[in-house]
Write a new protein. Structure first.
Length: 466
């Protein structure tokens, strides 16, 4: 089956980059990315390519090349569904905030609503591809929605989870370790899988395209994220042991990672993992384990998230210890708001939680990030205050202690502490003499990313790491 028209519902961090790369690599396929968020679609269509809503190295150049040729961004979901043989779902699947499974299970409202829209607008048989990360057996639910709402046509549901990481999305998409496609074990299922394989084959070597049943594909995505996050929590838990014993976590990480059975990737100690997915997907796995009567498995994976929360608290405690637990009248400069370098995404960033804890202890914050807009930083902080049930007067009072800067050196004016929270490259090459001139006692630099070199600092600046 030859695919000439595809659409993707969801123009976010996954939908935008993945469809841009498909459009680039398959010029004969027409690709339409749709979203219900009009502002986001406007931004994707902006004349100024610096205003596209996702910052990813290399993405802007691809959009420049293919947008308006065979890549289109639109809010017209009906037309896009009608015209496409294959429809990707790349909508967000956050952790549920209410109802059964609250705080753990994935909220499938967006996926289910998208399936209803597809069923409503479908005018012939369609292949629906899950790109969003979903609990095991969601494909079954989607098929049920599609076929109950539209019994004129047949739908094949494939699971094709996305493994890209933000900041390296284009590189990851060009050169994927693997592409995973799960489908029904039936002639129609196989045909649908092959249609998707034909698309990826344009640039991914065929031996890297893995085929599986749908449930394996869905579970493999949760498992991959859980195992990646588990390595980070493992090394972070050991960083706490290092602090107590005098061992050096970087040396330990290097020594452990040199074992080829273990490998060195994802052993970088840090202030804790952030991002919209690791915590969400592990909690989803925890919920899946609980609902399948596997409490020991649930507890095992839950511990990965608990250590991550512990690491953030441990970072804050490193500062509190120096000020006898009270940060009133202390200004702290935070370097970095995004959850990792090379992205403008701040979802679940450690910076958010660390700010909340520092503000609760009375600190004032000066914040600098090269890519996250000031308005977004304020919203992130305010959202945490709303969760604390604070009224708007109290919230404004706390927010008045937060200042956002476009210039990193101005951000250090009169601060007692610099806290390094994101590993942006520019933080490695700072003029520390200039920073020292702006700072005041006790001239504390707390490095949550191990990127500040002691050799570059004068004796006055006291460097401690997580
Ligand atoms: P996102 O929030 O950046 O984008 C999702 C988009 O879907 C939003 O723009 C939203 O408006 C749109 N949307 C939601 N419901 C819709 C509907 N009914 N109709 C039209 N548009 C709708 O999310 P994301 O980061 O791109 O993640 C999407 C999925 O991919 C999630 O399941 C996530 O777990 C998974 N994933 C994310 C990454 C990542 O790096 N962000 C990587 C791999 C997998
Ligand atoms: C992660 C996975 O790496 C992707 O494969 C997956 O597709 C994606 O989640 C997803 O499902 O959303 P991402 O969260 O974008 O990608 O970025 P990572 O590079 O995995 O980093 C996640 C967090 O862990 C960041 O806060 C990062 O700073 C932190 N990290 C990473 C560490 O603290 N130490 C490390 O060694 C590696």
């Amino acid at each position: 089956m030859k695919i000439s028209n595809i659409c993707c519902i969801g123009a976010g961090y996954v939908g935008g980059p993945t469809m841009a790369v498909i459009a680039l690599k398959c010029p004969e396929i027409n690709v339409v990315v749709v979203d219900k968020n009009e502002d986001k679609i406007k931004a994707w269509n902006s004349d100024d390519f610096n205003k596209i809503p996702v910052f990813e190295p290399g993405l802007k150049e691809i959009i420049q090349e293919v947008r308006g040729k065979n890549l289109f961004f639109s809010t017209d979901i009906k037309l896009a569904v009608e015209q496409s043989e294959m429809i990707f779902l790349a909508v967000n699947t956050p952790t549920k905030t209410e109802g059964q499974g609250m705080g753990m299970a994935a909220d499938l409202t967006n996926v289910e609503n998208s399936a209803r829209e597809i069923a409503k607008f479908a005018n012939n048989n369609k292949i629906v591809v899950e790109k969003s990360t979903l609990p095991v057996r969601t494909a079954e639910k989607l098929k049920e929605i599609l076929e109950l709402s539209n019994n004129n046509y047949r739908f094949q549901v494939l699971s094709n989870p996305e493994f890209l990481a933000e900041g390296t999305a284009i590189k990851d998409l060009f050169n994927s370790d693997r592409v995973l496609i799960g489908g029904d074990d039936s002639p129609e299922g196989e045909k649908a899988i092959d249609a998707l394989v034909d698309i990826y084959k344009k640039w991914i070597p065929e031996h890297k395209i893995l085929k599986s049943n749908v449930w394996s594909a869905e579970l493999s995505k949760l498992a991959s994220n859980a195992m990646l996050a588990q390595r980070i929590s493992s090394i972070n838990s050991l960083s706490a042991v290092c602090k107590k014993t005098g061992a050096n976590i970087l040396e330990v990480s290097e020594a452990v990672g040199a074992d080829s059975r273990i490998g060195s990737k994802f052993l970088q100690p840090s202030v804790g993992f952030g991002g919209s997915c690791f915590q969400k997907d592990i909690l989803n796995l925890v919920y899946l384990s609980i609902t399948n009567g596997l409490p020991e498995v649930a507890e095992y994976w839950h511990q990965v998230v608990k250590i991550n929360n512990y690491q953030r608290k441990r970072f804050v405690n490193l500062i509190l210890e120096k000020f006898e637990n009270n940060l009133s009248n202390i200004t702290i400069s935070l370097f970095g708001w995004s959850y990792k370098k090379d992205t403008n995404d701040s979802r679940e960033s450690a910076s958010i939680y660390i700010s909340e804890m520092l503000l609760a202890k009375g600190a004032s914050l000066n914040i600098y990030d090269p890519k996250v807009p000031a308005a977004k930083i304020k919203v992130d902080i305010e959202n945490r205050l709303i969760l604390q049930d604070l009224n708007s007067k109290d919230r404004s009072q706390i927010l008045s202690r937060v200042k956002i800067f476009n210039d990193i050196y101005e951000c250090c004016s009169n601060v007692s502490v610099v806290a390094v929270l994101t590993e942006w490259l520019e933080f490695k090459n700072l003029d520390w003499q200039l920073i020292e001139k702006q700072m005041k006692d006790p001239y504390l630099i707390v490095d949550g990313r191990f990127i500040i070199s002691k050799n570059k600092l004068s004796n006055k600046l006291k460097l401690i790491s997580i």
